[in-house]
Design a protein around this ligand. Structure first.
Ligand code: FAD
Ligand code: DHB
Length: 389
């Protein structure tokens, strides 16, 4: 079997890359370890930056998002019963779109089906070969048989636990990592959102986030110790804790109900450099992880895909290698900005076991600057709605 670009991983980055390339006449094969149903059942991100919205439209996968997504002009940060609103439109002239990652993935699968794209699900033991040589290829097993795919390039879109990053020799990679001493317990419930915009809450009991998917689907998170297990949190215990962390007038309006999903995600910042090794290019969570506080994970994955697709198009259409040669550097410049933003919002909004009264005072000053200083609000809004590509 042969293709131009082998894509490992059929999550948002692999699907978007395949879609952008196929529309430009470049052949791809997507190799995904899980079933499509499994990929579509994962509840993850919910906020799309303007660049992600533009890319989905450009990929021909944005029509349902335009109809059913919710543009948001601002968000709230709460602390000590105060609500600070950052008006993105006023501060920087941009907005975000509330539209779940599950829906993005579904739209990309539908768009890929319409193009007759090749996706192989249920692959096991994926191995990347000859990345620095003249004949790169990928092998895998499926249903007891072994397969080989020859290709020009391999896109490693297989997430943090995938095989692609680990195919770059250890002595050729540099890793940067910060592991936070807590996780987020997330609940999805068929209840109306407590407010029409997101609320990020700093509270002595820990961080909380009130988010949403649509007028009858809410997504809430609370900071929990890493030792907690989702199954040990009853719905009642979750709602009681969430109410305690939201400002009292907001908590009074909270409509509770049965959870339809409940899971814990640990918080981590991670970058592996470089993003290119010979014929292999890493995209999305395969190369970097951000704590979810800035809503950047999915958005960074799509900006990587933008830079890589541009590089591949220039290579195939104009025989111009410059986009591929500069991919790692260009993508990393944007990744590190999002790393800084995610780290700073995480630090401003969470309770850290090691924090002193001094650290707490720093959080108060940061929040106070957002409440009173238009320059601080502009910086926050520009980063939240997404730095330009
Ligand atoms: P992934 O979505 O991880 O997709 C990688 C794909 O590769 C998967 O489908 C996987 O099955 C497949 N794969 C893995 N290994 C192999 C292999 N060896 N062979 C073939 N296929 C393989 N971001 C936010 O902005 N907000 C959030 O609230 C948020 N919550 C999250 C919660 C969790 C539990 C996790 C894990 C992530 C969360 N993120 C969130 C981050 C966001 O979901 C990711 O940044 C985004 O999914 C990245 O997309 P991706 O395609 O690069 O990687
Ligand atoms: C959601 C997740 C985030 O990490 C975030 O910052 C905002 C919203 C969500 O799942 O809705």
């Amino acid at each position: 079997m042969r293709t131009q670009v082998a894509i490992i991983g059929g999550g948002p980055s692999g699907l978007l890359l395949s879609q952008l390339l196929n529309r430009a006449g470049i052949e791809t094969v997507v190799l995904e370890r899980q079933s499509r149903a499994h990929v579509l059942s994962r509840i993850r991100a919910g906020v799309l930056e303007r660049c992600t919205v533009d890319l989905l439209n450009q990929a021909g996968a944005g029509a349902r998002m335009q109809r059913e997504g919710y543009p948001h002009d601002g968000c709230y940060l709460s602390s000590d019963q105060k609500m600070i609103r950052v008006d993105f439109q006023e501060a920087c002239g941009h907005t975000v779109m509330v539209y779940g990652q599950t829906e993005v993935t579904r739209d990309l699968y539908d768009a890929q089906d319409a193009l007759g794209a090749t996706h192989i699900h249920g692959v096991e033991n994926v191995v990347l070969h000859d990345l620095k040589g003249a004949a790169p290829s990928v092998t895998w097993d499926k249903d007891g048989e072994s397969f080989r795919l020859e290709c020009d390039f391999i896109a490693g879109c297989d997430g943090f636990h995938g095989v692609s990053r680990r195919s770059i020799p250890d002595n050729m990679r540099r890793e940067y990592e910060k592991v936070y001493p807590f996780g987020w317990l997330g609940v999805l419930s068929e209840t109306p959102p407590v407010r029409d915009e997101l609320i990020y809450a700093n509270h002595p009991r820990g961080f909380a986030l009130a988010s949403m998917r649509n007028p009858m689907l809410s997504r809430y998170y609370i900071q929990v110790p890493l030792s907690d297990k989702a199954e040990d949190w009853s719905d009642d215990a979750f709602w009681t804790e969430l109410k305690a962390r939201l400002p009292q007038d907001v908590a009074a309006d909270l409509v509770t109900g049965a959870s339809i999903e409940k899971s814990i995600a640990p918080l981590r910042s991670f970058v592996s450099e470089p993003l290119r090794w010979g014929a292999l290019f890493l995209c999305g969570d395969a190369a970097h992880i951000v704590p979810p506080t800035g809503a950047k994970g999915l958005n960074l994955a799509t900006s990587d895909v933008h830079y890589l697709s541009q590089g591949l198009l220039a290579h195939y259409n104009d025989n111009d290698p410059s986009g591929l040669d500069s991919y790692s550097q260009k993508a990393l410049a944007r990744i590190w900005k999002a790393m800084r933003f995610s780290w700073s919002v995480t630090t401003m909004m969470h309770r850290f076991p090691e924090h002193s009264e001094y650290d707490r005072q720093m959080q108060r000053v940061e929040l106070d600057m957002l409440a009173t200083d238009p320059t601080a609000r502009k910086l926050f809004a520009e980063n939240y709605t997404g730095t330009p590509l």
